[in-house]
Design a protein around this ligand. Structure first.
Ligand code: CP
Length: 308
């Protein structure tokens, strides 16, 4: 993976995804390393962030490297300067760029013009770093991935896109229950189905949350309105009203099912407080795993060694 971009979760093979997770578990056990001494990561963000910004920053510090955060007004991607020129300039200063953008095309433009690797730290199309942490969390909690059923309840958004692809690459059975018009995009569904067929997994899209959750090992949800869609919030609240993950819904899953959410969460909307703060919830372990998964990703992309 050395020197490669990571824009989509499918930029790694199933085997490489497994290597990232193995490396993450190794680094989590070993703690701090100096694998990235002298290396610098630039974070170029068009949207707000808590987990992604802090976990990338701390990941670089733990690996002996450095990190620079560039906020939306500082860079003005596409306004003050073209993404192509931002990529060309940053490539002269830093060893890697992690970008959080609205359009996925901005990621592609950065990657096309950077001479250093570009990592997608969330775009409207995908959130592949979140999917790495999600797979790591399921693997830790369930002892593996193959054959498990993950039920995603809600919007077929960037998180669901990367998660469905990662699950499909890992031999999992991915079910998504969404209102009409808010399911996974057709291209993601087709690609995930293809990957699932190759791995022995499956993908099923439906409208009924109880059907999706029945006997599931993992129940996952995300906000109904993602960043950039705020003008649709009231309409979305109406459409998603029957898609709240509450204790009654979680009771349809396996008794030892885990509840996941990439955060930030809106208690009382997509998830009830007793679920996200209850015994099934692993959301803060999941948030912590952003750090470990990204340390592995950075080590594999930027270093000749991985600390294993
Ligand atoms: N889950 C996630 O990406 O969180 P932030 O938006 O806070 O980075």
């Amino acid at each position: 993976m050395r020197g490669r971009d990571f824009i989509s979760i499918t930029d790694v093979t199933s085997q490489e995804l497994d290597t990232v997770l193995q490396t993450a578990m190794g680094l989590k056990d070993k703690g701090r390393q100096t694998l990235l001494a002298g290396k610098t990561l630039a974070l170029v963000f068009e949207k707000p962030s808590l987990r992604t910004r802090v976990s990338f920053h701390v990941a670089m510090r733990h690996l002996g490297g450095d990190c620079i955060y560039l906020s939306p007004p500082e860079v003005g991607l596409g306004e003050r300067e073209t993404p192509a020129d931002v990529a060309r300039v940053l490539s002269r200063y830093v060893d890697c760029i992690a970008a959080r953008t609205f359009k996925t095309e901005t990621q592609s433009e950065l990657a096309a013009h950077a001479t250093v690797p570009v990592i997608n730290a969330l775009s409207d199309g995908e959130h592949p770093c979140q999917a790495l942490a999600d797979m790591l969390t399921v693997r830790e909690k369930k002892g593996g991935l193959r054959g498990l059923t993950l039920a995603f309840i809600g919007d077929g958004n960037n998180v669901a896109n990367s998660l469905s692809l990662a699950a499909a690459m890992s031999g999992m059975h991915f079910r998504i229950a969404s209102p009409e018009e808010y399911g996974l995009p057709g291209d993601i569904r087709a690609r995930a189905s293809e990957l699932a067929e190759a791995s022995g997994g499956s993908l099923k899209a439906m409208h009924n949350p109880a059907e999706a959750v029945a006997d599931a090992d993992v129940v996952y949800t995300d906000v109904w309105t993602s960043m950039g869609q705020e003008h649709e919030a009231s309409q979305r609240k109406e459409y998603f009203a029957g898609y709240k993950v509450d204790a009654k819904l979680v009771a349809e899953a396996k008794p030892d099912a885990i509840f996941m959410h990439d955060l930030p969460a809106h208690r009382g909307e997509e998830v009830s407080g007793d679920v996200i703060d209850g015994p099934h919830s692993v959301v803060f372990d999941q948030a912590e795993n952003r750090l470990h998964a990204q340390k592995a990703l950075l080590a594999l992309i930027l270093s000749d060694e991985t600390g294993s």
